[in-house]
Design a protein around this ligand. Structure first.
Ligand code: G1P
Length: 291
């Protein structure tokens, strides 16, 4: 079975729900505790064995490229000052030496169009997709679980999380097969619907923004049909792969933080701060949280 070596991170969106903060800063670079959101996501890809990340960007997203590159003057200064801990943090996200590509999505036509924009770099191989608004917690990481599943099946795989009825309209929702999840939380997918109206959803299992897809999805994205919200949806092309090869979902119970709006971003900060005792204790000392 083929190994997944390449990932696409679509980072071209405006970040409308986080305005005005995102007027001058890409939403993907907003910090969650100490790191930009996209840093968590790229790290998850690297942990999964991904060797090359294709960032799909748009005008104004140049700072993302800068973030994943060397900053020689800063590095020299940190070395001279003996600030090795900071130096490690500056060097850690480095994606140079031919391990990243940046492609432009000329128009904001939807997630499906963004992924389609990466087709020439991805080529004819399976690939991962990680949405950079979303921090998926859990060990091993969500993408690693999908890469391992693909190694077994050779097909598509996505992670899903249960959401309440009142939130199904915000997500892609799966129809799981009648056998239900196995002991590893893996379930066959028999249908998908993007942002169903409440009451029409085939389940409460929502796509968390992590995918391993086979390259034939590009054939369907090519038709550029619009779906929910008048956008070219990735989910609509994924539906067309069902029945033509294995398609599984992994149900995860680990917290998933959608940093795309204020509440989710704040929750992500609290969720990730809880993993850093020095910060969490500091918040507790000041009465914001309990230990
Ligand atoms: C996208 C996907 C959706 C998925 C969601 C996860 O929607 O289209 O299927 O459930 O990400 O965050 P968006 O958040 O871009 O509207």
């Amino acid at each position: 079975m083929s190994r997944v070596k390449i990932a696409v991170i679509p980072a071209a969106g405006f970040g409308t729900r986080m305005l005005p903060a995102t007027k001058a800063i890409p939403k993907e670079l907003l910090p969650v505790v100490d790191r930009p959101v996209i840093d968590y996501v790229a790290s998850e890809a690297i942990e999964a064995g991904i060797e090359h990340i294709v960032f799909v960007v748009s005008r104004g997203k140049e700072p993302i490229e800068t973030y994943f590159d060397h900053q020689p003057e800063l590095e020299a200064q940190l070395i001279a000052a003996g600030k090795t801990a900071y130096l490690e943090q500056v060097l850690r996200p480095m994606m140079n030496q031919g391990r990243s590509s940046f492609v432009r999505q000329g128009k904001a036509l939807g997630l499906g169009h963004a992924i389609w924009s990466a087709r020439h770099v991805v080529g004819d191989q399976p690939f991962a997709v990680l949405l950079p608004d979303v921090i998926c917690t859990g060990t091993p990481g969500a993408t690693r679980r999908l890469v391992e599943l693909h190694a077994e099946t050779g097909g598509c795989a996505i992670t899903v999380n249960p959401v309440p009825d009142g939130e199904v309209h915000k997500y892609g929702i799966i129809r799981p097969d009648s056998a239900g999840p196995d002991a590893h939380g893996r379930v066959g997918v028999t249908g998908l619907v993007e942002k169903p109206a409440r009451g029409t959803q085939p389940s409460n299992l929502a796509i968390t923004g992590r995918y391993v897809l086979t390259p034939d999805v590009f054939d369907h994205l090519e038709t550029a049909e619009t779906g929910a919200g008048g956008e070219i949806q990735l989910t609509d092309s994924m539906v067309k792969l069902i029945g033509h090869g294995p398609f599984h979902a992994v149900v995860t119970e680990d917290p998933v933080y959608d940093c795309g709006d204020q509440l989710g971003w704040l929750e992500a900060n609290l969720g990730m701060a809880r993993r850093q005792p020095a910060i969490w204790d500091g918040l507790a000392d000041r009465g914001w949280v309990t230990r």
